[in-house]
Design a protein around this ligand. Structure first.
Ligand SMILES: NC(=O)c1ccc[n+]([C@@H]2O[C@H](COP(=O)([O-])OP(=O)(O)OC[C@H]3O[C@@H](n4cnc5c(N)ncnc54)[C@H](O)[C@@H]3O)[C@@H](O)[C@H]2O)c1
Length: 302
């Protein structure tokens, strides 16, 4: 029995038929949650398959003595997202945890961009996360409780060659989580992001077996999904046994004399100070940044 119990909690994990999502679903179930195991099946690039692997993961959870149900809804449509959340509520009565993990890859350099691929990647990752989260968020607000776990990537936080569609969708997911952490806060909804690094079919050509496995990420996901979770509005990196916080800092910067508009030459002259990260803050909202400028900014007349 896990110390951080999810007994009585209901969790949805999208893309949970294999890879990281399967291990999240198994570990959430091991911690006591009833799990909706969602997956459309298909290859890494999102080409549809006849059979979804979700039912097999349900059977693995049942073999552990847990409760689970399979869903083959696609996250890539508004209706798929609604149907998935409806399945959870109809079967288990509530939605406490949503792990937005479903994903596909269609990498190519920006110079060779294919708009269908760009759209498909955004439909599954950024729009997909929103399609499922919107109905789940409404349910969580009604309950006065919820745990949202979004899945991003270092391609989104830091950039990666050949991943314009994927990286922009994954960065957008962080923006979505940040807003929901603010909008959901007063209703007991916490929202955080995980950037995993693990060997799955997506990355088997990059990592050797053993050192960076989905199990290295799952503990963080279960923590963020639990009632004990003490953070919101955060982004974490997890892989190969290293767990870190990723954050967006604002350097102290350079303030022009009397807040006057700087010329291009002024900017060039002060670039080092503008970019210097020795002193910085980590604003938790747009309002936090504006508060830092309160000596310089005057609000508009009401
Ligand atoms: N493996 C890594 O190192 C790594 C790094 C950064 C981010 N990620 C992210 O982690 C998540 C899981 O990836 P993974 O590595 O386990 O790969 P994976 O391909 O094994 O898992 C993705 C799952 O999502 C499912 N899926 C795809 N489209 C779907 C849709 N429309 N609706 C429902 N399910 C759908 C797939 O069938 C698949 O089972 C993805 O969001 C991925 O971008 C993985």
């Amino acid at each position: 029995m896990s110390e951080l119990s999810l007994d009585g909690r209901v969790a949805i994990v999208t893309g949970a038929g294999g890879g990281l999502g399967r291990v999240y679903a198994l570990e959430l179930a091991r911690a006591g949650a009833q799990v909706v195991v969602n997956d459309v099946g298909g290859s890494v690039d999102g080409a549809a398959a006849a059979d979804s692997p979700a039912q097999a993961v349900v059977e693995e959870i049942e073999a552990l003595g847990g409760k689970a149900i399979a869903s083959t809804d696609t996250v890539a449509t508004v209706e798929g997202g609604r149907s998935l959340v409806r399945t959870a509520v109809e079967r288990f009565g509530r939605v406490d945890v949503l792990v937005n993990n479903a994903g596909i890859l269609r990498d190519r350099s920006f110079a060779k961009l294919d708009w269908d691929d760009f759209g498909a990647v955004h439909d599954v990752h950024l729009r997909g996360a929103a399609h499922v989260t919107q109905p789940a968020f409404l349910q969580m607000k009604e309950q006065g409780y919820g745990r949202l776990v979004f899945v991003s990537s270092n391609a989104g936080t830091f950039g990666n060659f050949g991943q314009a569609a994927y990286g922009s969708a994954k960065a957008g997911i962080i923006g979505l989580s940040n807003v929901l952490a603010i909008e959901g806060g007063r209703d007991g909804i916490l929202s955080n992001v995980v950037c995993p690094i693990a060997r799955t079919r997506m990355t088997e050509s990059i990592f050797a077996p053993g050192t960076a496995e989905p199990e290295h990420v799952a503990g963080l996901v279960v923590y963020l999904a639990s009632e004990a979770c003490a953070v919101t509005h955060q982004v974490f990196s997890a892989g190969a046994g290293r767990y870190s916080r990723v954050f967006t800092g604002l350097s102290e910067g350079w303030v022009s004399p009397d807040g006057a508009a700087a010329s291009a030459e002024d900017v060039a002259r002060h670039l080092e100070q503008i970019c210097d990260t020795q002193r910085f803050t980590v604003p938790q909202s747009a309002a936090d940044e504006l508060a830092e400028l309160s000596d310089l900014l005057e609000p508009a007349e009401a």
